[in-house]
Design a protein around this ligand. Structure first.
Ligand SMILES: [Zn+2]
Length: 455
């Protein structure tokens, strides 16, 4: 019902956001829609201006960064270009834990800091903070990406979600009114997909007709498999997947079962949505006026055209400036212009989380997809998880009604041997269930071998 969406967008939604002190995101959304039409030069100008402002702020109000400026013998006014960021050390999660107090900006009242934490898929959760303006800009940026897929605030939005803390609480009458009259967010979680709840969930979704679906790929993929198996009919239009790696076979299945177009987004707890696919599905654009992305090699040098360890500088977070923060993902930056005409720069490919890398006996980290591809090619009908226990030792957990036949086992063994360029040992382990990690993410591959890249 476009009229209802329009009405909500003009009336109850702004009222609700004002009540929560979050109405700013709607005006930022208009600003971002204007900025994304600018030329790359103009975008870079805005980025450079924001960069200078942030560096001056960090110098004045954050002890940690002031000491770094002193160590490198520079002041904010000496920084001429974004490239000067390379003089700064990489900010790791460990450094944040050790220096939290020095990183938090002293001019921002602690009561006005908004606290959040990473899900802990890379180890211990990390606590971090942002200010309200930053939060609203992040929300606006997310809305801006969704606008590309035809979604406007006030439209119905369905989530297939893993992280329970993100759900809107709908346990009171008032909350349900707010949901229907303003936020218009619906959630499906793992519980709704259990056998005993499945039919009811399908029924609920068949009539919902959301303008946009946001999903963890593995959750919507399992749903698609089940819908197909049971011969049910659920149609969606546009689906945005985020938070976990999306594999090509999953994209194909999801698009086929729901008759939908799938778009990939990339983000993290620390920064929110960073990049999103445009209608051309050729890499993911990121909003350069709010963020600087760099990719570096293990030695910390720019990785150029090759995938590298992603470092993010958040140009909006004034409560806790994050400068050259190492997210833990292997990413390739794309330098060629996109056919869609938008000149926001692009992330070419997210080659996988560094924690999802496998470490070769020589210490080299390679993206775990190579091993996942072996499993795919073996055509075994089982959910699997690969755990690297040692340089050439693996455990392969799989969920299946029967033991894997010997020819499949030897196919997988020889595939792993050739990827690892060594004779490997694999323990095949039939299990009832593969657990998600604490943040609700499903991890195909884990390595317990340390690498210099690992954080
Ligand atoms: Zn594009």
């Amino acid at each position: 019902m476009p009229f209802l969406s329009w009405l909500i967008r003009r009336t109850t939604l702004p009222m609700y956001l004002r009540h929560r002190g979050e109405a700013g995101q709607l005006s930022y959304l208009d600003e971002f829609a204007r900025i994304e039409k600018l030329s790359l030069d103009e975008i870079n100008q805005i980025q450079l201006h924001a960069f200078h402002k942030l560096m001056q702020h960090a110098y004045r109000f954050c002890r940690y960064y002031r000491e770094i400026f002193r160590d490198i013998g520079a002041a904010p006014w000496d920084l001429n270009s974004i490239g000067d960021l390379q003089k700064f050390p990489v900010l790791t999660k460990e450094l944040i834990r050790e220096n939290l107090d020095g990183i938090l900006a002293k001019n921002i009242d602690p009561r006005r800091r908004l606290r959040s934490a990473t899900g802990g898929s890379t180890g211990r959760p990390l606590v971090f903070y942002r200010d309200q303006t930053c939060r609203e800009k992040k929300l606006a940026m997310q809305l801006n990406f969704m606008r590309w897929y035809g979604f406007l605030p006030g439209d119905k939005h369905l989530f297939f979600w893993g992280a329970a803390r993100d759900y809107d609480r709908l346990d009171t009458f008032k909350a349900r009114i707010v949901q229907r009259a303003a936020t218009r967010r619906w959630f499906v979680n793992m519980n709704d997909l259990k056998t005993e709840n499945f039919d009811r969930t399908v029924e609920r979704l068949a009539n919902l007709r959301p303008r946009l679906v946001s999903a963890y790929p593995n959750i919507i993929y399992s749903f698609a498999q089940e819908v197909e198996k049971r011969n049910k009919r659920v149609k969606f239009d546009k689906i945005v997947v985020t938070a976990e790696q999306l594999f090509e076979h999953q994209r194909e299945k999801i698009e086929k079962v729901f008759g939908a177009e799938v778009f990939e987004q990339y983000g993290s707890r620390e920064f929110g949505t960073i990049a999103g696919e445009c209608l051309y599905h050729d890499g993911l654009h990121y909003f350069a006026p709010g963020v600087v992305l760099e990719t570096v090699t293990e030695e910390g040098r720019p990785s150029g055209e090759n995938p590298g360890n992603l470092l993010v500088t958040d140009l909006w977070n004034y409560a806790m400036p994050l400068i050259r923060y190492q997210v833990g993902d292997l990413v390739r930056l794309e330098h060629a212009p996109c056919k869609c005409g938008c000149e926001l720069p692009r992330v070419g490919a997210v080659a996988g989380r560094v924690v999802d890398a496998v470490i070769k006996p020589g210490g080299e980290a390679i993206a775990g997809q190579a091993l996942i591809a072996v499993i795919r090619k073996s055509e075994i009908d089982a959910q699997t998880q690969i755990i690297q226990k040692g340089p050439v030792e693996f455990v392969l957990n799989y969920v299946s009604g029967r033991k894997l036949p010997e020819d499949k086992l030897s196919f997988i063994r020889s595939g792993f041997n050739s990827v690892m360029e060594n004779q490997v040992k694999i323990d095949f382990n039939r299990v009832d269930k593969i657990e998600r990690d604490r943040s609700g993410k499903f991890r195909y591959i884990k390595s317990e071998v340390r690498s210099p890249l690992k954080i």
